[in-house]
Design a protein around this ligand. Structure first.
Ligand code: GDP
Ligand code: MN
Length: 390
């Protein structure tokens, strides 16, 4: 789960990393008050989960309280802010900096270690730099069990061209970042830019923190709330524990397993169709057909495409769930179902009784769904072409 900048900075500050003085604001008036309190110039920063805010015009250094108010209003109520889903702002004291560095810790899955990445040229062009001059990225692997060792921090500090006095401060900061990475079960902690001020101190100008979802159970604060999700449906799916991704196409996927769902997603695109949502209906969720279909229907799809291949998740149980969902929810769009696996004969009977025409081949099912989505919608009868419910 990605956290917002203000949350990442709170986690950094807790571990001794210097961050600018700041206020979290919900309204333009609050932003103006914060600017007055912190003094101008100050920085008004949209709190969104996507990166690249600087380039998108979602971060601005403002010179006066009135400019802070006007820009905050633009972000919270204007079209630019609405397009990026801006709900909160962070107003920060501006930092007078001499250099912008890049620093992060992530996971290196191939080496099964943590990986510190650093660069002497941080800031908004870092992706471009990594592409054009990858040799300028400093890499230091850190053994998870041993932890960050002092010589590693010093090596990175010197590779960043920091002066001996600054290297000590850098080592302390990197230790704090390492602690954040471990304590928060993070997949990524990132500071870009890491400001070196005129007086040579280090201040985190930005903060990213991505928590490993597998550790959510022991990260008490990680209860999902609406602001972390792209849509209401995505939020409701998360509360239900159903893996879900929001798209804006026509075909709702209700498939079993990440691999199969991803393959079906690709096949839909290959056949020229578009996906409304990715939803995994399988594994621990194979008894949740009613809820899963309800979530799909919230997207008003042109077609619901169900593809499963179940062994532990039994086909007959899934089919019963789908029949129950159809009876309860009376979907108006056609449903294409291809359910294979344990108890398949019974599943086929159940689906037929529910008015569907079960298919047995994934490509055929995808082709049928894409054709139905492309057909002019008659949109009255549930079941449609794929079933023609009785
Ligand atoms: P991102 O584009 O989403 O990564 O947002 P950042 O928080 O990194 O801000 C983008 C850019 O705004 C930074 O690279 C800085 O150049 C600039 N910026 C951010 N905070 C300050 C600040 O306190 N002072 C100054 N002068 N510039 C800042
Ligand atoms: Mn940044």
């Amino acid at each position: 789960m990605k956290l917002f900048e203000y949350q990442a900075k709170a986690a950094f500050a807790e571990r001794g990393i210097a961050v600018p003085e700041r206020r979290l604001c919900d309204t333009a008036d609050e932003a103006a008050a914060a600017a007055a309190e912190l003094g101008c110039p100050c920085v008004v920063k949209s709190q969104v989960l996507a990166g690249g805010r600087g380039k998108a015009g979602l971060v601005r250094v403002v010179a006066s309280v009135e400019e802070a108010r006007a820009y905050a209003a633009e972000l919270l109520t204007g079209t630019l802010g609405a397009a990026h889903g801006v709900r909160k702002l962070l107003v920060e004291a501006a930092v007078d900096f001499a250099r912008e560095l890049y620093l992060s810790i992530t996971v290196d899955p191939e080496a099964a270690t943590a990986l510190v990445l650093a660069c002497a040229d941080g800031g908004v062009e870092i992706e471009e730099l990594a592409r054009m001059s990858p040799e300028r990225i400093i890499r230091e692997r850190v053994d998870i069990d041993v932890g960050l060792l002092p010589f590693q921090a010093r090596n990175i500090a010197y590779a960043l061209d920091l002066e001996p006095g600054q290297a000590t401060g850098f080592a302390a900061l990197l230790t704090g970042l390492w602690k954040t990475f471990r304590d928060e079960d993070a997949e990524l902690v990132e500071i870009n830019p890491l400001f070196v001020t005129e007086s040579g101190t280090l201040v985190a100008g930005d903060g990213k923190l991505v928590v490993d979802d597998n550790a959510a159970f022991r990260q008490g604060g990680a209860v999902p709330s609406r602001e972390y999700f792209d849509s209401d449906v995505a939020f409701e799916a998360a509360l239900e524990g159903i893996p879900y991704l929001q798209f804006d196409g026509d075909i709702s996927l209700m498939c079993a397993g990440a691999g199969l769902t991803t393959v079906v997603y690709d096949l839909v695109n290959y056949e020229g169709g578009t996906v409304a949502n990715y939803l995994e209906f399988g594994g621990p969720n194979y008894r949740k057909a009613v809820r899963a279909m309800e979530l799909c229907l919230m997207n008003s799809p042109k077609v619901i495409l169900i593809v499963t291949f179940g062994t532990i998740a039994r086909a007959d149980v899934m089919a019963e769930g789908i029949a129950e969902a159809i009876a309860k929810l009376r979907p108006r769009c056609p449903i294409v179902a291809c359910i294979r696996g344990t108890g398949e004969e019974k599943a086929v009977e159940t689906l037929k009784a529910a008015g569907l025409q079960p298919l047995f081949d994934t490509e055929e099912a995808v082709g049928r769904a894409v054709a139905l989505a492309a057909a002019p919608s008659r949109g009255t009868e549930p079941g449609g072409d794929s079933g023609g419910r009785p």
